[in-house]
Structures are given as structure tokens and as C-alpha cells.
Design a protein around this ligand. Structure first.
Ligand code: ADP
Ligand code: MG
Length: 598
């Protein structure tokens, strides 16, 4: 179909808006054009994170020479012409805006030769104005070079991030398209460095290996769509792709990737459908890796709802939800060896909780929930009650310091998880993991500020494949990583070499320590105002701390409590969760109905 300017009544129906926000949005529009043009081979080149140059070359059908100028008009498209077309869009683009919008904020060169034409055309535009047009020899296909993005819009230029960040966004984007179109060969280069290279063989599994690394890909299994559709009255919905085994998990949902009819989409509901399918297979706070392709008739999905086309609306969202959930769940269950993990620890029987509620209603007095006192936190509160005993005759300086915790006597351990202790005013339950995290954290922070972090060098450096986004994170945080004891350096494309890790975690698997720490920077549990250093340190300490489920000897528990007493903020772990619960003597008396008893 020839390029035409959409009639106003069609143009007004289009969800218009700003599409050019950063280099990755330019790459997205150009990639979509190349794919719509039937390209089998697409090369993407960046300089300076795309700020200096973005070039996308394809071997698609090209633009006929008499339509080249028209392509840069707003609402000029060859992909639809009538309002009815909007209800069953089969191309990635349809609103004829992208080229105009990109040209308006850059210096753009287009070289194209359409199938069947002998000469190609070269068009040069500045800020959307055509400056030059000439006929040149060119292979069939299209090359769009976008230079100096936002050179004429300083306000937006200012908002671009560091080169590595922009590059990370582009890599993530190209990776997604490479997964959606395994039959197309994608080559992404940054400067002279090749960042991604797929073969175009049509084999999705091969692309996964390229994008996630062979190690992660080996833990992914092909989605098997159940034979029976859930209900005969529902539209045909095919689900394909790959899902990670529960052992392959992440600290955020960002690795759940969804495509609808070849278009990458963001959809919180469908992401939830995938997460749900892993119910009881993953620990709380961990998320799967999944690449889910949804194919359904075009009239079942409205892609014209969002300017960047990243969100869609389904005619039957419930049907799509259950199709995704069924397919993923079915695949996981079919796969042997997937053991559900118990995630809840029940304390007190449900019957007792119900009975307590009833009692409270009957007496009209609302019994506070087990009397757990999280508010008693004023430091030194117990100073006078506590027996002042540091061994030795002369008072050691430590004995003079205000106590942040009362003196505690270890009674025992419950569930290999909590330490039971007695203090001057009742019973304390201490979460051994959280407490140890706190201890290690304060020690580590002190070492870090004294520039005395101990590093354990590895016997042999390890090369680790990482995702482009992770690569960007590492490059951005190299100094911080070094400062907390990670000897890590970029090592070719999408790989790093790890030569050492913080001594604190010397016993652990170095690769998972590094990946865990990256996950923390990206999307961690620390309060949002924490610095990157604090996040890294907290994550290392979490890794190094004694785990729940570890049986501790009496002496170990003693030592843990003594160290906790020495902390500045012993009552919370670095993530802000309590390290201990306090059941006061009065509360105990009240709960046992001894209050007022003689
Ligand atoms: P849309 O993709 O929504 O139609 P664009 O502004 O992105 O709008 O592109 C305008 C038109 O230019 C397209 O409809 C298509 O005909 C043509 N075009 C753009 N890029 C290419 C390409 N890489 N190969 C062939 N034709 C292209
Ligand atoms: Mg387009």
C-alpha cells in the first residue's frame, strides 16, 4: 500500500502523544518500521549511548522514491487508511507519526531503495526540515541515521541519562524484539563493540541463550499449551514461549516479558497471571523469568490505547489471563522435579486466634494482638533496671555507654529461627537472621568508612555472562562495587570478570553473590532513600548472615546477643524490619488472666 496522509477523521481516532523520549524510543520506532517492511536482517548501531548516533539498517521492502518526503509528514502511513482498519491492526506501526516526530528533534538521514526500483534516494533533514534530496546507489532496504538527538530541544537533552543507562535501555529493547522475532537476524553494536547478535534461524531457544546467557537458558522450558481450551465459547488464544524453572528467579518482575501478536507489551494483570502460575513454587519476594508469546485474532486486541503502543486492551481480558496462567502452570507441573516451597510459618493455631477475638468481644476489652510491643524503643529505657555487670573491677568504657538494649539472658531457640531470651521486663523473641544482618551491617559500614573492607580474592577469576541491563548497572557502579570488596571488571560484551568478593561472603558462591547485589541496586528491599553503598552492603550482609532454620548452640546465641547489644540500632535489621519482638511481663500477666490476681 502507498503512503498516504490519514484523513482527519482517522487521525483523530489515533492515540497520539509524544513517542520520542530517549534513544531507546527512537530505536523502537525504527525497529518496528523495519519489521513492518519485512526485514530479515536488521542492524542497529549506536554511538555514545545513541546520543550522538542511532542508525538502523534493514533489508526490507524500502520506500518508493516518490513517497520518501511523504513518509516524514505527520499521520502519513502506508499501513492503514480507514477507521475500520483500526480494529484489526496487523502491523507494529499504524499512526504515521514516528518518522515525523524523530526528524523534528534530530538531524536525520534516510537512505532507501524500494524493491523493483533501480536507484535509491537519500534525504537529509534538520529539525524536521528537508535540507537535501539526492538519488544514490543503495541496496534494497532502508537505513535511517539519527544524529544529535534533541540538539534543538535542550530541555529534553538534559533529561537523558548517562551513556551506559541509555545503552542499557536500548539493549533491553532490542533483546525483546530479538525474542519476538527469532526468524530475523539482529545485530546491535555500540561503537565497535557488538552487544547482541542473533542468527535469525527462527529458534527462540537460541535467542534466549544469546539474551540471558546459556546458563540461564538451560533452566528454561518451552511452554506447552494445554490441549483443551478452557471454554469453547472463548476466542482462540495460543500461548508459546519459555518459562524459567523455579530455581531461576529474580528479585523483581522485570524478567517477565510479554508479547501479543509480536508486540512487546506491559500488562500488570498478565504479569500477575505468570507469577500466580508459580504459586508456592517460589519464595515470597522472588519472581520468575518468563518469555510469553500470546497470539490471538487481531480484532480481540486494541493496540490503539497508548502513545507508545506498550499497553493494549483485550476484548476478553479474563480469557487471556486464564490462558496465560493455565499454560504456564501446566508447563511447570508437567515438568518433573518442581517441588513446592513452604513459605509460611504459622505461629499459634488459627483456633486460638479466633477464640481470642471472641473473648475480646465478650469482655468488651480489645486484647492487643499477643501483646507484641514494637514501640518500646527508647534507648536506655532499661538502664536502671539492668544489672550493671561488665566483668572486671574497674568499669570498662563500654559499661558507661548508654544501652540500646537491655541485658538479655538466652533461654533457647524456637524453630531453629528465633532466639528466646529473658530481659528485665519480660520475654524477647529475636529473629536470628535479622539480628545477625544488623550486626554484620554495622561492622561492614564501619570498615567501609575506614576504607578497610576485606576482600577475598578468588583462586581463579570467573567470567560471568550478564544481561545488558546488568552490564549497565555494573559499569555505572564500578567504584562502589570496588569499595565494598567486589573485584569486578567488564570483560568483553555482556560479560564481566570477577576476581574477588567481600571477605564476609567468602564462603558463598561468588556468582550468586554478585548477581544478588545487582538485583538489590536494581530493585531491592532497602528503603528508597538508601545510598547505593548502603544497598550493596545490606545485601552482602543478608547473604552472609545466619539463616533461619540453622540450629545454633547456646554459646553462639550468647555471642549473637552480645554483639547485637553493641549495635547502634539493634532493634531493626538494615531493611527496617524488627529484629526482635517483646512480650512484656504485664502483657504476659494480662494474657494469662493474672492481672489483678493476688
Ligand atoms: P507508521 O509506521 O505508523 O506507518 P512511520 O512514521 O513510522 O509511521 O513511517 C511512515 C511510513 O514510512 C510507513 O508507513 C512506511 O510506509 C514508511 N517506512 C518507514 N520506515 C520504513 C522502512 N524501514 N522500510 C520501509 N518503509 C518504511
Ligand atoms: Mg512506524
Amino acid at each position: 500500500m502507498a503512503i498516504r496522509i490519514l484523513p482527519p477523521e482517522v487521525a483523530s481516532k489515533i492515540a497520539a502523544g509524544e513517542v520520542v523520549e530517549r534513544p531507546a524510543s527512537v530505536v523502537k520506532e525504527l525497529l518496528e518500521n523495519a519489521l513492518d517492511a519485512g526485514a530479515r536482517h536488521i542492524a542497529i548501531e549506536l554511538l555514545d549511548g545513541g546520543k550522538r548516533l542511532i542508525r538502523v539498517s534493514d533489508d526490507g521492502i524500502g520506500i518508493p522514491s516518490d513517497e520518501v518526503e511523504l513518509a516524514f509528514h505527520r499521520y502519513a502511513t502506508s499501513k492503514l487508511s480507514r477507521i475500520e482498519d483500526l480494529t484489526h491492526i496487523t502491523t507494529l506501526g499504524f499512526r504515521g507519526e514516528a518518522l515525523a516526530a524523530i526528524a523534528a528533534v534530530s538531524r536525520l538521514t534516510l537512505i532507501t531503495r524500494a524493491a523493483g526500483e533501480t536507484a535509491g534516494t537519500r534525504l537529509y533533514l534538520e529539525a524536521g526540515q528537508i535540507m537535501r534530496r539526492e538519488a544514490i546507489g543503495a541496496p534494497q532496504g532502508t537505513v535511517v541515521s539519527v544524529e544529535n538527538l534533541f540538539y534543538n530541544v535542550p530541555a529534553r537533552l538534559k533529561f537523558l541519562k548517562q551513556e551506559s543507562t541509555e545503552r542499557g535501555h536500548v539493549s533491553a529493547l532490542v533483546s525483546r524484539y530479538a525474542m519476538a522475532y527469532p526468524q530475523v537476524r539482529f545485530v546491535l553494536t555500540h561503537g565497535h563493540q557488538e552487544v547482541l547478535h542473533t542468527t535469525g534461524s527462527g529458534n527462540l531457544y537460541e535467542v534466549l541463550g544469546e539474551v540471558y546467557g546459556t546458563e540461564a537458558a538451560s533452566q528454561m522450558i518451552a511452554i506447552e499449551t494445554p490441549q483443551e481450551p478452557p471454554r469453547p465459547d472463548l476466542p482462540p488464544i495460543a500461548i508459546s514461549g519459555y518459562v524459567g524453572l523455579p530455581t531461576l528467579n529474580r528479585s523483581s518482575r522485570s524478567q517477565i516479558v510479554l508479547f501479543v501478536n509480536g508486540r512487546w507489551i506491559q500488562d500488570a494483570n498478565l504479569t500477575y497471571a505468570v507469577v500466580q502460575a508459580y504459586h508456592t513454587m517460589l519464595m515470597v519476594g522472588r519472581y520468575p523469568v518468563a518469555v510469553v508469546m500470546i497470539t490471538l485474532p487481531p480484532e480481540e486486541v486494541d493496540v490503539n490505547v497508548h502513545p507508545t503502543k506498550a499497553e493494549v486492551r483485550f476484548r476478553r481480558p479474563d480469557a487471556v489471563f486464564s490462558a496465560v496462567q493455565h499454560a504456564v502452570r501446566h508447563t511447570l507441573i508437567r515438568h518433573a522435579g518442581v517441588a513446592p516451597v513452604r513459605t509460611e510459618l504459622v505461629w499459634g493455631s488459627p483456633e486460638w486466634a479466633a477464640r481470642r477475638e471472641r473473648l475480646a468481644q465478650v469482655t468488651g476489652e480489645h486484647l492487643r494482638q499477643m501483646g507484641i510491643d514494637l514501640t518500646a524503643e527508647s534507648p536506655g529505657q532499661f538502664t536502671h533496671q539492668a544489672a550493671p555487670s561488665e566483668e572486671g573491677a574497674a568499669p570498662a568504657p563500654a559499661a558507661v555507654r548508654r544501652r540500646n538494649l537491655p541485658l538479655l539472658r538466652v533461654v533457647g531457640q524456637v524453630g531453629a529461627t528465633y532466639i528466646v531470651a529473658e530481659g528485665p521486663s519480660g520475654l524477647y523473641l529475636i529473629d536470628q537472621h535479622a539480628a545477625h544482618e544488623r550486626i554484620l551491617y554495622e561492622r561492614f559500614v564501619a570498615e567501609h568508612s575506614a576504607h578497610a573492607v576485606a576482600t577475598q580474592e578468588l583462586l581463579e577469576a570467573i567470567a560471568i555472562e550478564v544481561l545488558p541491563e546488568q552490564m549497565a548497572l555494573i559499569e555505572e557502579n564500578l567504584n562502589v562495587l570496588h569499595a565494598v570488596g567486589f573485584l569486578v571488571e567488564p570483560f568483553g560484551r555482556n560479560a564481566v570478570r570477577l576476581r574477588g568478593i567481600p571477605a564476609l561472603v567468602a564462603g558463598g558462591d561468588p556468582v550468586s553473590v554478585l548477581l544478588a547485589v545487582l538485583g538489590e541496586i536494581e530493585c531491592g528491599e532497602m528503603p528508597t532513600d538508601a545510598t547505593v553503598e548502603e544497598k550493596l552492603i545490606a545485601r552482602v550482609c543478608k547473604q552472609a548472615a545466619v539463616k533461619a532454620g540453622q540450629v545454633l548452640s547456646y554459646a553462639e546465641m550468647e555471642a549473637l546477643i552480645r554483639q547485637l547489644e553493641a549495635c547502634q540500632s539493634p532493634r531493626t535489621c538494615p531493611h527496617g524490619r524488627p529484629t526482635m519482638l517483646h512480650l512484656s511481663a504485664e502483657e504476659l500477666a494480662r494474657q494469662f488472666g493474672r492481672q489483678g490476681a493476688i
